[in-house]
Structure formats: C-alpha cells, structure tokens
Design a protein around this ligand. Sequence first.
Ligand code: NAP
Length: 323
Amino acid sequence: MSTNDVRELIVTGGGPAGYTAALYAARANLRPLVIEGVQWGGQLMITSDVENYPGYPEGVLGPVMMQEFRTQAERFGAEFLTDDVTRVDFSERPFRVYVGGEEHRAWTVIVATGANARQLGLETEIALQGRGVSYCAVCDAAFFRDKTVVIVGGGDSAMEEATFLAKFATRVIVVHRREELRASPIMIERAQQNGKIGWALNSVVERVLGEAVGHVTGVVLRDVHTNETRELEANGLFVAVGHDPNTKLFLDWLDHDTGGYLVTMPGSTRTNIEGVFAAGDVQDHVYRQAVTAAGSGCMAALDAERFLAAEHHREQSLAATKH
Ligand code: NAP
C-alpha cells in the first residue's frame, strides 16, 4: 500500500532526537511524520530519575520526559505512527520508508532510531532472559526486593543501575572484566559508598545458572588472570555493558563506522545521501546523552528545513529563467 502524499519529512525513531527533530520541523511547517517505533520513547523509557537534563532542577522520570517531548511535538502538528520501520529505499527521491507492506514517501528523512542494550552473548543468558536475566534495572529491579543480584559492566550505566538495584536488593555484586572501572568518578564513588554493593573485578560471567529450574539461581564467574572459576548464588543478572546503534536497515545506504554508527558530516547531521540526516545515538557513540541527542535532533530538523528551502529556491529560480 502506498500513500499518495509525499511528505516534506519523515523522522524514523521516537527518542529525544526524533521528537526534538519533529518539534522543530513541525514548527517550521514541514508536517513531519514520525515513525516512532512500537517501543517509542527510546532508552529513556527504561531510565528512572533523569537528573542531568537542564530545566528539571528536581529531576524527572525518563518516561514522563519522553511523553512531554512527544506531546510538545504533537502540539505543533507532528504526526506519529507507532510502528517499526522495516525497510528503506534511499535510491532516489522521494525516499521510501516502509512499515511492513505500507509505503511512506518523503523528500527528506531524519534517521533517529537510537541504540539498544548489548548482550553478553552467552547461551545461558539468552535462555534465561526475562527469567532473571535483565537489561533494564529500572524496569525489573522491583522483582528483586530482598534478593541478591549480579550486574555486569564497569561504565556509568552499571554504576547507576547498581545503585538503583541496591534500593531493592539486599546485595548487588558488580562484575567487571578489568581492575579499572570505566565510569565517571562521581558515579563510582556513589556505588562504592553503598554498603549493599560488592565487587568482583577482573572477572567475567561465564555461565548463568538456573536453566533446569527455569530461573536464575546464580552465575559462574571466571577470574580473567587466573582463569579460576567460582559459583556465585544470585537471583538475578543485570547486563549493563553498553549499546549498539539501531542502524541495520540503513547500513546498505548510509556511511557508517565499524561499530555501525552512522557517519555525519562534521558540524552537521548530513549523511552521504543528500536529504537524509542522522541525529542522536545512531550517530553518536561518544556523548549519548538525552540532551545531546535532543540537540542533534534540533540540528537535523534545521538541516532538513534549510535543505528543502534551498531546493525550493533553486526550483523557483530555474522556473523564472525559463519564462
Ligand atoms: P560504556 O561506557 O560503553 O561501558 C560499558 C562497560 O561494559 C565497560 O565497562 C565495558 O568494559 C563493559 N563491557 C562491554 N562489553 C562487555 C562484555 N562483553 N563483557 C563484559 N563487560 C563488557 O557503556 P555505558 O555504561 O552504557 O555508558 C554509555 C554512555 O552513557 C557513557 O558515555 C556514559 O557516560 C553515559 N551514561 C551516563 C550516565 C549518567 O551520567 N547519568 C548514566 C549512564 C550512562 P571495559 O571498560 O573493559 O571496556
């Protein structure tokens, strides 16, 4: 099915970048269609208190903030499709964006599909997903009240989630594959000062235990220096080892780095295809903050608007010289 209407702009992705792009584009009368994904809102939907977004001195819940972003874009005329993009065709303009068999066309596209949590890649981890293995402490911490949990990772996410989990669990063990933690000093300090949090450094999870009973009962840890293994009893395993960009659908069309992050031209959100822009975590593996994603969403909308205006101007000049 094809919609006859060719839009000025389609935004793919409904996180801080996508909604901010939609807000700016809607206010510029571009009538954007936001194909926001079934799980709209992005990673902030699995975050609790956001304390570092300017304008919220008391902090705000991630899902609440995303709802507000969305409402603000909607107020100015952005339209939403709560579904996943399944294929794109950027071979010619108008560009084509597919949701199953449904085709949407637009003169410009902003890719803002964000990133997803990385897995450890263990068979036992996959087998016990949702049965004690989780990638979202905020979503699942409450299930582990008065229990013991293991969290893997040494970055800010792991520190933040360990601290959050400690509000529920009696014991939280942070497992990290090196001696040094990657997280920022303030996050490390907060976790280290929490009496419920213990540490298993220079260690990796080799196996998740509990398949026979259908839920996590512990993990097998391996010391990376001695290769010695030991069992640790636990009711849950939280994985906080970073993210991968949601760029699979775009890799055939758009320049990307080895990690799959889209490459944009310095100082802009332009990709290698004129009229296609990228914003937020799909093109940022360095900052990855809500505020930077929102900022680049704004940039993408301005870039798209200026691109369309320049094109319109060119067409008008051409028409004028013909007369
Ligand atoms: P990250 O900084 O990339 O850290 C990932 C951690 O997981 C690293 O310690 C890494 O170990 C470990 N790791 C990766 N793959 C692993 C594997 N297969 N097995 C075991 N360990 C593995 O990711 P993040 O913590 O999600 O943070 C991402 C970005 O968001 C960062 O820029 C961070 O500052 C930011 N962030 C900020 C806040 C905040 O300020 N409130 C909260 C969360 C995140 P190595 O260190 O050995 O590589």
